[in-house]
Design a protein around this ligand. Structure first.
Ligand code: HAX
Length: 425
């Protein structure tokens, strides 16, 4: 049995007890109010989900299991995965064991590759990614054991099995989609001994003479794993899993939400926006030209992609991590310089628009320029990279929810007339 399983055997039953006892003693305590504005405003600020993997305070940004993101930037994504699941960073031996375990789980059945080959080439890479995860569903240990009458207390064990299998395999699926979608030649088999993100980079087949792309991929995968429970991908995945749909169904559902332009697809939109700027001005523009371009975007009724956030009210620490990486590794790349320039120009514009609550960049405003610099120029692929990493957070949240036997999600809806009555209108 892998060490991650042993560790969770120690941790999760205690977590279950903790949640259960707290629910018993404080089940009636009031923790907030629901306003009409929140119901009409995408449930902003409504506290209604338990998520212990990470937290996003508006004035700080991502904190994973009590550790601010800034302190995790040099960690491998597998280490963050362990942290998400257990609440602690792994020891060297635990990390090595998890890596070995993931490596042993990565074989992909042939039906999945046949599914990929059968898709039309203009299928969006995110759609292909979701379809391939669904093609893996027939492997679900959770569903099989549920059909055999598994006990409730064993649910998380089966969820963990599926979760580890899925996390082990998503880089292979994603790399294969990249090579297939852009006619880059046959799939590249994983290289034994490489870490999870390095293997993903390797299987994409991007030339990487000085290892810069591999370093970027490690950072990229570490930064995108989790962002508490209420964002569209996490919440969707969580809701689907609460019906005891297995992780394949639930992760695919979450990734379908990630594929929206207001969520994970923003990284694709950002890069396109930056390339439009470079094309229009024949290179990097002056600040005045950039200011005018941004205003034109806004007056045409579009958002400035990569800026603003539903929760954050400060510069996203994930943005800062990428900015620091770019300053060190590729300070003169035109598209990186432009992303930096946008950071100097756009917040001042957005601050002048009263309705915008957060004028600052989010992670998507800068992840694409890094990829572009290293040769991943196919912008429609970008959200797949986000999804590979996010799968770790989604499944970690799912395993924890199963551990405390969270019931099926079922908030109550209300009609407009009912809402008006409730508001005394
Ligand atoms: N450009 C133009 N207008 C913006 C804006 C931006 N970057 N950010 C917010 N606004 C607008 C909203 O569209 C909204 O306008 P309406 O009232 O006319 O609909 C108004 O300002 C109020 O929005 P808000 O309360 O500040 O922000 P929301 O919580 O409603 O939305 C979004 C948060 C991230 C969706 C929003 O800021 C946005 O659309 N940003 C651009 C897209 C983007 O970068 N998305 C990625 C977000 C991070 C993420 O999830 N990554 O996966």
């Amino acid at each position: 049995m892998a060490l991650i399983h042993d560790k969770l055997e120690q941790v999760l039953p205690k977590y279950h007890e903790n949640v259960k006892n707290f629910g018993k003693t404080h089940g009636e305590a009031v923790i907030g109010q629901i306003t009409v504005g929140a119901v009409l405003g995408g449930q902003r600020g409504m506290l209604s989900l338990l998520c212990d993997t990470s937290l996003v305070p508006a004035d700080k940004g991502l904190i994973i299991r009590g550790i601010p993101l800034e302190q995790l930037c040099d960690k491998l994504p597998e280490e963050v995965f362990w942290l998400l699941l257990t609440g602690e960073l792994p020891s060297k031996a635990e990390l090595a064991d998890l890596q070995k375990d993931l490596e042993a789980r990565r074989a992909i059945p042939d039906n999945v590759w046949k599914t990929l080959d059968s898709l039309p080439k203009d299928t969006h890479p995110m759609a292909a990614f979701s379809i391939l995860i669904m093609a893996l569903e027939r492997e679900s240990v959770f569903r099989k054991r549920y059909d055999e009458g598994m006990k409730k207390d064993d649910y998380w064990h089966a969820m963990l099995e599926d979760s580890l299998n899925l996390v082990a395999r998503v880089p292979d699926l994603a790399a294969a989609i990249y090579r297939w979608r852009y006619d880059l030649g046959p799939r590249i088999a994983p290289k034994p001994g490489l870490d999870w993100a390095a293997n993903y980079a390797y299987m994409m087949g991007i030339p990487d003479p000085d290892g810069g792309f591999t370093r970027l991929m490690r950072l990229y995968m570490t930064l995108h794993t989790d962002h508490e429970g209420g964002n569209v991908s996490a919440h969707t995945s969580h809701c689907v899993a609460s019906a005891l749909s297995d992780p394949y169904y639930s992760v695919a559902a979450g990734l379908n939400g990630l594929a929206g332009p207001l969520h994970g697809l923003a990284n694709q939109e950002v890069l396109q926006w930056l390339l439009d700027v470079l094309e229009k001005f024949g290179g990097n523009p002056s600040d005045a030209e950039l200011d005018k371009f941004a205003h034109d975007t806004l007056t045409s009724g579009r958002v400035i992609p990569g800026y603003g956030h539903a929760v954050l009210r400060v510069v996203d620490p994930r943005f800062i991590a990428f900015l620091n990486f770019g300053k060190k590794e590729c300070p003169n790349a035109p598209v990186f310089k432009l992303a930096e320039q946008v950071f100097n120009v756009v917040p001042e514009i957005l601050k002048g628009i009263q309705k915008i609550k957060d004028p600052w960049p989010n992670v998507d405003s800068i992840s694409g320029p890094r990829l572009y610099h290293y040769g991943v120029t196919q912008t429609r692929y970008y959200t797949v990279l986000f999804g590979v990493s996010r799968a770790m957070g989604l499944v970690a949240q799912m395993v924890m929810s199963r551990a405390w036997n969270e019931p099926i999600e079922r908030p109550k809806s209300i009609t407009l007339d009912g809402l008006k009555k409730a508001a005394g209108a």
